[in-house]
Design a protein around this ligand. Structure first.
Ligand code: GZL
Length: 347
């Protein structure tokens, strides 16, 4: 361990020199073109400085959830691009197909392979204590990406890199109350994300807390669509068969919102006009739906977290103290602002 650490530190020192001289990467996702400010390309001598020192690369194991949404695919692309394009890193990537037991298995494999760092996007909040304790006992730093785990386990991971889901829910509610005011009845269908996921729990909490003292706002139906377009459509179809007197759909991600739009059209109603559509993520298809008048707002949640994960790993290997929560900076897009941003959206 000593030798590895020594080597690791030596190489990181070399890389840090390269990083400090070469790239001014930024540490938070930003709105507008939804790309973190790209670092200038390395010049020849910076590439030299970044060249892997003798000995091993930093090996990173990433336990990804799956491929349930456009957002998830964008996050996977960001992680792969970040680590596979850097000769100082080796990425071991696993796709759990939405199953927590597969993520736990992947983490155990990474521990057995003695990786230098583990990244995890926890599909649900609970059930991680045992395996993350095994990683801690093995001296391997764990970084949570995009979703959190049950509170009280902060000692089991180095940092959480991701968004403020409660704020996202509040921003969704704010758009709605700005749009409708408070003096007329507003019936809402809420399409919830994956049961038990922090993104779903907190987007629900932020939204519902924001309207709990507004008697005219009623959530008439709330059901999980598991963050997928197909399920979002299915849930919306079933509900419209029993009641069409709704004014808003609040979907915990854009993919479910896009599925609901299809169901609303097939029921003979006009999404975006008869029923206002609120999504979260900021995927390109949502911007296109807003431009087409079929969707009203998307609350951005930045998936381009690869650069932040890499920087966090380098900082820890260089002995730096990290924030427990490395937050993404995000925005809310509707109307002309969404139309103007569409050409620059990268995911
Ligand atoms: C948010 C992420 C969520 C996205 C969904 O950080 O966990 O999971 O909002 C994705 O699109 O499925």
């Amino acid at each position: 361990m000593k030798r590895k650490k020594g080597l690791g530190l030596l190489m990181v020192g070399v890389m840090m020199a390269g990083l400090l001289t070469g790239c001014g990467g930024n540490n938070n996702g930003n709105s507008g073109n939804n790309e973190p400010a790209s670092a200038p390309a390395n010049t020849a001598n910076e590439q030299e400085a970044n060249a892997p020192a003798e000995g091993k690369k930093l090996v990173v194991g990433f336990a990804q959830i799956g491929q349930e949404s456009g957002w998830r695919d964008a996050e996977t692309a960001s992680i792969k691009e970040t680590f596979e394009s850097d000769p100082n890193f080796e990425l071991k990537f696993s796709d759990a197909q939405q199953k927590q037991e597969n993520q736990i298995k992947a983490i155990r494999t990474f521990i057995a392979q003695k990786v230098d760092a583990i990244g995890l996007a926890p599909v649900v909040e609970s059930g991680w204590e045992t395996v993350l304790k095994e990683a801690k006992d093995a001296g391997i730093p764990v970084f949570l990406l995009d979703r959190g785990i049950t509170k009280g386990n902060e000692d089991l991971y180095t940092s959480f890199i991701g968004s403020d889901f409660i704020l996202e829910g509040q921003n969704a509610a704010k758009w709605m109350t700005d749009e409708f005011g408070t003096d007329k009845p507003v019936n809402i269908v809420q399409l919830e994300g994956t049961v038990g996921a922090s993104a779903a729990n907190d987007r629900k909490k932020g939204f519902e807390d924001a309207i709990k003292d507004l008697p005219n706002y009623k959530i008439v139906y709330s059901q999980t669509g598991d963050f997928t377009r197909a399920k979002g459509k299915e849930v919306m179809e079933a509900y419209l068969k029993q009641n069409k007197d709704i004014q808003v759909v609040y979907a915990h991600n854009d993919d479910m919102a896009l599925g609901a739009i299809q169901a609303i059209e097939e029921a003979g109603l006009k999404p975006g006009t008869d029923i206002k559509i609120i999504g979260v993520d900021g995927v390109k298809a949502a911007f296109e739906a807003i431009a087409a008048g079929k969707m009203n707002v998307t609350v951005e949640c930045n998936p381009l977290l690869g650069p932040q994960l890499k920087q966090a790993i380098l900082d820890v290997k260089a002995g730096k103290e990290l924030e427990k929560w490395i937050k993404s900076a995000e925005d809310v897009y509707f109307g002309q602002k969404a139309i103007d941003a569409l050409p620059n959206r990268k995911y």
